[in-house]
Ligand binder design. Sequence first.
Ligand SMILES: Cc1ncc(COP(=O)(O)O)c(C=O)c1O
Length: 430
Amino acid sequence: MNSVVPKTGTSEIARAISKLSLDELAIFGGEPAFPESLHVGRPNIGNRQKFHERVADILERKWITNGGRYVDEFERRIADLSGVEHCVAMCNGTVALEIAIRALGMTGEVIVPSFTFIATANALQWQEITPVFCDIDPRTHNLDPARVEQMITPRTTGLIGVHVWGRPCPVEALTEIASRHGLKLLFDSAHAFGCSHNGRMIGGFGNAEVFSFHATKFMNSLEGGAVVTNDAQLAERIHLMRNFGFTGYDETEYIGTNGKLDEVSAAMGVTNLESMEEFVAVNRRNYRLYDKELTGVDGVSLVKYNEAERGNYQYVVLELDESKTIVNREQLMEILHEENVLARRYFRGCHQMEPYRSLFPHAAMLLPDTESLSKRVLTLPTGTDVEPEQISVLCQIIKTSVSYGSEVRDRLAGREMVSAAGAKFYSDLS
Ligand SMILES: Cc1ncc(COP(=O)(O)O)c(C=O)c1O
């Protein structure tokens, strides 16, 4: 197989500058470290030749959507890899969530974390189900089961757990709560494809789980998503809902929508699945290097992964303790953006964004740990486009910024905190 890791010379990927002093930082007038931007979530791309052959085959056979060879194969492989019986591939993770929520019969109120991507909440609100935002455990960044229990009302019909950063949320506790209260349990596993929990692959927990294969995910199918479940009846309902509700040529059984994945996207998914282990190996290498470089930097910690489990290492997440670093998260992000490192400050907390900000103006009072965490985290670039030499330079920028924390804070005081690179980047985000 062709290597998916680009072979780029060190001289082209980072300029020969040490970044040991403040004046070498681009924000204070130095040369940016990276001539080309380093992105969070640049797509991992598998064997191009195989992908091209598959696209040629699709065009030759003129079967481009409405099921087909590659969608079937993609679904079979996802089900096998996740250890589940049924997989229904979808055009993206958001529609997969919407359909799973509807097929499960969720209505009224559903409890979700606010510390997630906005699509988790939108998939509910879009169908006029109220997302009830619950706080997280600040150590795991995932739902806190004790607080979930406190949010249950007579209108609650379900829970959605999110495996944030690919680290499993409290699956057993949520399963127990859902079963005791007669609630449906769905997992938003958009981050967690290829990850395991207690030795079992993510995918088979709860009533169903949803993956995203968006370009920013560790494994992409251009756009794409899937619902996986061991419930045959649920899978059948989801299957019909994905295709307008059609049960026959001109007969429908439910209200449905169009959630179909096309053949070219599925072919990309199949191709990338063949390189999945290589993607994980690169991500793990990058993660370990970040960890080594940043260990011992006071006030900076990396989100940890359980090495005994399978992980995809797609998220390199810094947590800052500003009382020690002095330089704050916004300032560090700006420093990195000026160096052409497009670090991302996510998640912000759904309750801080519309329509939820207006619908639930007092939500923050019940979400102290989400509020606090969302101001401390910064996600750094990884994936097959990121080279070890780049990580070393990037970490040196962080170390220099933190070791001169007070001076950085004073020099940046009052400065408008959105660089041209950052503004462009945020406007490009989907
Ligand atoms: C936690 C989470 N849920 C849902 C989604 C939506 O997936 P998609 O972009 O495939 O619609 C994403 C990412 O995009 C996500 O990160």
